[in-house]
Structures are given as C-alpha cells and as structure tokens.
Design a protein around this ligand. Sequence first.
Ligand code: ZN
Length: 525
Amino acid sequence: MWYLYVAEISFYAVIIGILFAIFKIKKIEKLKTVLIILPIFMVLTIGVTFTLQEPEIKVKEAISYEIGEKTSLDKVEATYHFVDVSEKVKTEENIDFNKIGKYEVKYTVPSILGDYTKVQTVEIFDTTSPVIILEGNEVEEISYKDEYKEAGYTVSDNSNEDLNDKVVITKEEVNDKEYKLIYTVEDSSKNIGTATRIIKLIDKEPPELKLNGSEKIDIELNSKYDEKGAKATDEIDGDLTDKIEITGKVDTAKVGKYTITYKVKDNSGNEAKKTRTITVYKKEEKVDTSNKNNNNTNTNSNKNQNNNSNNSTSKSSGTIYLTFDDGPTSSITPKILDILKSRGIKATFFIINYSSANEKLVKREVNEGHTVAIHGYSHNYKEIYKSVDTYMNNIKKLQDKIKKSTGYNATITRFPGGSSNTVSRFNPGIMTKLTKKVVEKGYKYFDWNVDSNDAGGARSSEAVYNNVIKGLKKNRANVVLMHDFSGNTKTVNALNDIIDYGLANGYKFSNITKSTPMVTHRVQN
Ligand code: ZN
C-alpha cells in the first residue's frame, strides 16, 4: 500500500511545485492561498486512503500439495495498516490431505470496514506411482516343461486405493531359456507402477533312457553275453547315447543272476538310470538214449540220468533230496548228522552192513527223522548181481538187520552202482529183472539226477559243491548222490554251503519216503 501514499504525496508535491513556480514568476496572489490549502488536502487525502486500506493476507490464490504431503495448512501472515495481524486470521477449510480434490480455503481478518476475506484454492493431487511388491523370487528357475505359478504380489500406493485387482501381467520373451513377467498397475491419477520377474527355464528333466533289447535276459551257461547297450535322448541336450555309463559284469561261466546298470546324465546333471538282469542258467538236461559208457566199471559218476518222476507237487516245489550212500561210518556219518540236525534238514541214508559199534548211528538216523534206506548188506557187485536171488537176499538181509536194530521197516532201496550200472554186465539182463523184481516185492528204488561225484572226480569240497549246485534244477525232485563213506570230509565240508544255496534259491529239502515218486535211471543191462 505504500505506493498509494507515495503516489498521493508525489501528486501533491508536483502540483505544489508547479503552483509555487507560477507564483514566483507571475506573483499571482491567489496562488498563495492555494499553496497554503493544498497541503491540507494532501493530508486529508492520505488520511482517507489510510482509512480505506484493506488488510493484506499473504497467501497465493491457488496452491497444490501432493497427497499425504501435509496434514495442515501453513500459518498465514497478514498485515493491516502496517501492523502484523497474523494472529487475527481466521481460516475456514475442509481439506482432506489424503484425498485427491480441489478445496476452497477462506481467510478472514477483521477491518474497520468489516471482515475482510480472501479465498484460496488448494488442490490435493497424486503424482506418486504405485509400488508393486512381488512375493516369491524375482528371478525364478522353473523346468522348461512347467508353467510359472504366480507367487503373488501386493500393491501399495499413497492414494490408499486397493489396486491389487488392477495389476496386469504381460509376458515378454527374452530368449528360449528366459522370459519376463511384467506387472503393471495404474492408480486413479494415472500414475503407473511396474515390477518385473525373470523366469529362467532350466532342464530339470532326466534324459529318456531306453535299453536296447530286453530288461531281462536269460542266457545259457558258457554262451556269449552280447551287450546291446542303451539309447539316451534329452529334450534339451538331444542324443546322449555316447554318455551312457554301463557298469556290471556277466560271468557266463557261472550260473547266477547279474545286473548291468546304465546311467546317463544330461548337461544339467539330471540322471536317468536303468538296469538289466541277466540270468545265466544251465540248460535243461535231456535224456540221452544212446549208450556211451560201456566200459565204465568203477564209479557212479558218468551215468545217463533220467528223472522219471511224474509227481507234479514235488516237481513244482523244487525239492532237494540229499542222499548219502555206503555208510554208516564213525568218522563221517556223525558229522553229517550234526549238520543236518543243526539245519533242521532231513535226508536219506542208503546204508550197507554196519558193525555193532555203528549201530547207534543207524538208530540216530532213524531217531532224528531221516530215512534209513537199503543199499545192500554187501556192496560187492560180483556177489550181489550174480543172480536175482542173491540180490534179493542181499537187500532182505539188511532190511531185517535194520528192523532188528531200530524197529524200522526199510523199503527204499538203491542199487549199488545205480539201476543204470554196467558193472553187472557179467550177468546180462540182471538189472532189467531186478528193477522189476524189487518193485514187485514192495520196495521202491531210487537212483539220482544230481551227482556230487564225491566218489569220483570231485577232489575238494568246492568241487562237490559245484557239482551239486550245477545239477540242481527248479521244478523237479532233485535227488542228490553223496557218500558218507570213511574219510569223505569234502562232502562234510560242502554240506552247509549246499544247504545255504538250496535255501537261498527257493528249494525245499526233504527225505525220501514211501510216497516219494521214484527217480530212476534208464536200465542198461
Ligand atoms: Zn554205493
């Protein structure tokens, strides 16, 4: 307001100055009066101006604030007649500083001419972008086979609007191993917030591994195992066949089950594994109808074997009948009985004449549940195969002795040398007659179809063991020929292992009884 006063004073000063100059030059007397009166007008004019002066409220007409930036208006300065009247300013407003909008503020100061009011416009605006906070990882690795499963997000914005439902997600390919998910949200003031999640596509899938050929292969003993290998392909890395590691070995010289393992890893370290089972088996024995052992006169080892058993139950169960010939002997028989007892296994003893000292062994065989069977009072081929009668008397004599010793009626027999023996050929046709005769007389005779060869070529317990397990076959009655003659420790030493093998391979052990179907050779004399 000061300029008004300056203007008024200047105006009067100029007028007075001009009048004064005229008066000095022309000496007009009237002007003297005017010069005296004019300052009075000047004072009056200034006084009126002063009185009519409006208060000054120092605010802008329009002002704007960011939402939430302020909680109240600043203090207003005001002057009236050059005096600070800030304290007297009354402010009228209804601004919500947290809500976008235009508000009017009225400032009022009292004056001589009544209340003086100044109006101000306050705008609350929003220029701050919403913020999207991602849950889960900002860089996520997933299998190239999977779709990314959204882990979620929350939006925060100064407008306090709920913007969670307004987020738009767009997918942007980076390359075939990576893409971006771009999250965008816009608030009501058109401020845009974004966030980015990077999805890396990695290989979590193992390669596909395929065996060439069957997963289970059965091959015959001593034949050749041909490794057919495998194929590996990976959706990412392609053909990985060259990277397949093959471990394991097949010993085709040994009956058993072998496992070959195939492993392959893709470039991302995902492993695939497969196995192949190879069973090396011994070929089923076939009945040899030709006669090749005419000159074999000393051992039981090279017989053509023929299992005539037709009992389906004993066949399917895979039974092992352990048989011990030519005992009892004080050195071997007790040891065999001890092992059988400890393993809970019953066997069959084809005995010959025994001394009174060994009678207790025959009793023990009966008492411990074994079958005591007749091999012959004598084992002398020349003597026993002289005639049908000499043979029949030979077995009857032992049968009676066993009955006297134990009360047990032995009816199971085994021909010395077996029914297929050729040692009786000095008496042609004798075996043909005897094999019929013994059955007629109510006996049953048993040969064998597994030869331990412990009376022949087997010189060690390992050889005895190997001969037995090689001869065993599933799904039949396996009659195993062994001996408890004096000094036969190799059979004693092999016995536990043979039992272990049999049990481990699902065989059942049994003694021969009257109801056991006969296992016989083909008669050759
Ligand atoms: Zn014998």
